[in-house]
Design a protein around this ligand. Structure first.
Ligand SMILES: Nc1ncnc2c1ncn2[C@@H]1O[C@H](COP(=O)(O)OP(=O)(O)O)[C@@H](O)[C@H]1O
Ligand SMILES: [Mg+2]
Length: 273
């Protein structure tokens, strides 16, 4: 089981959109995917038409079982798989929904640093899920620390803007710190596995320059994945509570999204360690 976290200490850069897209794509091609909505805004939850609720709070703070009704909700292939059974989903997609009570988790769990990690180990032993995808809030919190302890891979969506790069740098700094602590404690490190430039406008000089500078950044250039073009299709799919593959499978942007799904498979899921 692999645990992947979408992170950037800036809002509106496409974390939730990319988390939902990668999760749906992996479920279509055969993985059993569990999304965990760790942002109190609950946007990942509602982007699949699920009602915001305090499932994550109950799972972690009340220590409820994954199998308890209401903790894990299945997502219907009708909203995420390719339409008209062009290629029926081979895997499964689930979510642990969240709501504003997610904000209270960090305080309630103070001192119990391993609550998220323990839950992930429980899930791994049950062998019911291949990939866990965490969507996170932009504001750093104690819950992030908990998630880092359970995460092996981080994917950073970033806009090609000055402020978004700043968020990226801050996020890299904090995860590097946690990764070193984990290593020192005998746990696996956290790998920065991909940086996804989002809302990319290929004809805008500023975007071309920022994209090049990201590619040329020492130590990180090789981690930059293909950019996600700016397109209203994302907003349209989200407001209809569907994955981009379901809503617009033949749109060029869906083709770009498949590249991200493929890279996640090749760089993270196919790597044995
Ligand atoms: N490549 C893109 N092009 C255009 N709009 C996008 C793109 N990616 C995301 N969006 C839109 O931008 C808004 C913020 O995205 P979201 O994924 O919620 O960001 P975050 O989770 O980082 O706050 C949403 O309305 C989403 O539909
Ligand atoms: Mg979000």
């Amino acid at each position: 089981m692999k645990v992947i976290t979408f992170l950037n200490e800036k809002g509106g850069v496409g974390k939730t959109t990319m988390a939902a897209t990668v999760a749906a794509g992996l479920a279509i091609i055969g993985y059993r995917v569990l999304m965990i909505d760790a942002d109190p805004q609950g946007h990942l939850t509602i982007s699949f038409g699920i009602k915001k609720q305090h499932s994550l709070y109950n799972l972690l703070v009340r220590d409820e079982e994954f199998s308890k009704p209401g903790i894990v909700q299945p997502i219907s292939p009708e909203v995420y798989a390719l339409p008209n059974a062009k290629s029926p989903a081979q895997g499964r997609l689930f979510i642990v929904p969240g709501n504003r009570e997610t904000r209270l988790i960090a305080q309630a769990l103070e001192g119990e640093l391993f609550a998220v990690r323990n839950k992930m180990e429980e899930l791994e032993r049950a062998n019911v899920v291949d990939v866990v995808i965490f969507d996170t809030s932009p504001t750093p919190s104690g819950l992030h620390a908990q998630i880092f302890l359970a995460t092996q891979h981080i994917i950073y969506p970033t806009e090609l803007s000055y402020l978004s790069f700043d968020g990226l740098v801050e996020s890299i700094k904090s995860t590097t710190g946690y990764s070193q602590q984990k290593k020192a404690g005998g746990l696996e490190e956290i790998k920065l596995s991909g940086i996804i430039p989002t809302k990319f406008r290929s004809k805008v000089l500023e975007h071309q320059e920022k994209y090049q500078s990201l590619l040329n950044t020492r130590g990180y250039g090789h981690l930059v994945w293909n950019p996600m073009p700016l397109s209203v299709i994302w907003e349209e799919a989200m407001s209809r509570q569907r994955s981009i593959f379901n809503y617009a499978y033949d749109h060029p942007t869906a083709g770009d999204a498949w590249k991200i799904v493929r890279l996640t498979k090749e760089r993270i899921l196919d790597v044995t360690q």
